[in-house]
Design a protein. Sequence first.
Length: 227
Amino acid sequence: MKTHRNILIISFIIGVITLPFLFLLNNGKTYEIMLALFTSSFISFLLELPNYFSLKKENDYKLYSSLFWAKAQASILINNIENIKSNNSSLFDKFYFQNVNDMSLNLNIVRSFDEDYYFSKSKNEKIFLLKNGLYNAWQNINFAALHFSATFSKLRTKKVKDRQADIISAIEIENELDLIVEACKSFMKTIDKITLIIFTKKQLEKWNIDNIALENNKINTKVNKIS
């Protein structure tokens, strides 16, 4: 973005500087030089402008969709755990893997977001800190998941040694499940805080609508489960 933005700025400045000379001078070598500079800068500006807006639109979409789907995966994982707990279902290790992995994939897109995307240096630095904060929030989910796996493995090993069925129910590992849920909720709150800082008013309006749909899906899942 920085390169495209600089081309636009330089082209615009050259155009502004040379334009008065075209009005003041009627002909001559200086007039021809200024006319050539103005024409080339004007053409460069017109050619670069669509590229800039296209790239901006692409980056905006990637950032928005990556944050939303990362949040959606955290919400799905919470729903899954709540269903497991309410039924006291038996568990298998790494039941969380797909959700946590999908969160990571989306965060990789966020972390690769152009570090010079914004014109303001301070805002770019703020985005860098926000990206790190978001990654740390995901790491808490990952650590909670790994803690679950470690506890799950210990429980199953103990049951095998005691010659019991190596089935682990939700109630036996409830604390570890709650820890994952807590980390997911914190992760979702972090995403919402970030959107308030970096999203435009239009993006926030869409974000609120999409989040209503996400919440409705959660409620529908619970209703269908009861019925």
